[in-house]
Write a protein that binds this ligand. Structure first.
Ligand code: NAD
Ligand code: ZN
Ligand code: ZN
Length: 344
């Protein structure tokens, strides 16, 4: 038997014993060590759904994870017992147009951890496909391994924006996603990193880990500040990771002529006011981000080589037994917690 943390209703989590999973021929059994608490987990717990994805019955949350292989299936060749791995949480069909053309994050038949109806990884053991488990080098911990998931979103955002050497980037929102996006942009060579948020603690952390300018949107006019910092030029790349209608609508004003806007944040509204005339005059473009594709190996290497340090992003750690308390803490201390992880 093993334990799993079930969401049994709105704002209710309880640990329960369930049967041990058995790895299939192409799967490995992973003893999970760290699981990150993501905004989406918290959203499911508080609201029971995200868009069309509705939690039906008892549900295991968690999709940012890493652990150690305890057993391998009959056909597994590249991994062995004792290897430490980060799990990429979306299992795709491999057959559709999107999978075959390499855009597998757009596969409509993806089975993504903790996206109903698929359970997540807040449990002791999980059986998972060998090809979605990425080996961690000796100098990368499984705690860092759990951060590879959000980091991959940040790297994908930087890639979508084609962030390159010497670029000036503004990141709207300094949550976990905004901060890992900043780290990715820095790793891609951006030299000016402007970070905007309304929470002072998050801006402090942004500064500590590499932001060249921070702007508190609650205290000043963001458009004017960016104008001043860039001498009226605007930013080469604007990355929206706050998911608010205000920040969405700011993007066309602060991007430079010929620049790129990358939308990462998910706003609660489907329809948002946006100044397209500004965009047209500037011949600026908009790109979007849906999770990530083909990034885990690169993200793990960047951590192993010290090019990206995700450790400061983790601000809180809880024991598995305290999973319910951990979620409660995260919900009630939004100004203090950037990323909380559960030690399984
Ligand atoms: N596109 C994707 O694949 C993808 C993947 C993961 C997360 N997301 C989305 O990315 C967003 C960020 O995720 P997160 O976990 O970092 O969330 P978060 O809530 O921790 O971060 C959002 C940040 O935006 C800040 N903010 C709010 N109003 C602002 C304003 N007016 N100006 C500047 N900043 C402001 C908040 O204070 C907060 O720090 C969420 O909307 C999430 O749903 C998208
Ligand atoms: Zn996540
Ligand atoms: Zn597919």
């Amino acid at each position: 038997m093993q334990k799993a943390a079930f969401m049994t209703g709105i704002n209710n989590i309880e640990l329960r014993e369930i049967n041990m999973p058995k790895p299939g021929d192409n799967e490995v059994l992973v003893k999970l060590e760290y699981v990150g608490i993501c905004g989406s987990d918290v959203h499911y717990l508080e609201h029971g759904k995200i868009g069309d994805f509705v939690v039906n019955g008892d549900f295991i949350l968690g999709h940012e994870c890493a652990g150690t292989i305890a057993e391998v299936g009959a056909n597994v060749k590249t991994l062995k017992k004792g290897d430490r791995v980060a799990l990429e949480p979306g299992i795709t069909c491999g057959q559709c147009y999107f999978c075959k053309s390499g855009l597998y994050n757009l596969c409509a038949d993806v089975e993504f951890l903790a996206t109903p109806p698929y359970h997540g990884c807040l449990q002791n053991y999980i059986a998972f496909p060998e090809n979605m488990c990425f080996k961690l080098p000796e100098n990368v911990t499984t705690k860092e391994g759990a951060l590879v998931e959000p980091l991959s979103v940040g790297i994908h955002a930087a890639r979508q924006g084609n962030v390159s050497l010497g670029d000036r980037v503004v990141i709207l929102g300094a949550g976990c996603i905004g901060l890992v996006t900043m780290l990715a942009c820095k790793a891609f060579g951006a030299t000016d990193l402007i970070v905007v948020d309304v929470i002072p603690k998050r801006l402090e952390l942004a500064k500590e880990i590499g932001a060249t300018h921070v702007i508190n949107a609650a205290e000043c006019d963001v458009l004017k500040e960016i104008d001043a910092i860039t001498d009226g030029m605007g930013c080469d790349i604007v990355i929206e990771t706050a998911g608010t209608k205000i920040t969405y609508s700011q993007t066309s004003y602060i991007v430079r002529r010929g620049g790129t806007i990358v939308l990462v944040g998910l706003a609660p509204q489907d329809i948002i006011e946006f100044n397209f005339a500004k965009l047209m005059n500037k011949e600026a473009q908009i790109k979007t981000v849906f999770r990530y594709r083909n990034i885990y190996p690169q993200a793990i290497n960047a951590i192993a080589e010290g090019i990206i340090d995700v450790k400061p992003i983790v601000t809180h750690e809880f024991d598995f037994e305290d999973t319910a308390k951990a979620f409660d803490f995260v919900i009630h201390h939004k100004n203090d917690v950037v990323k909380a992880v559960i030690k399984i």
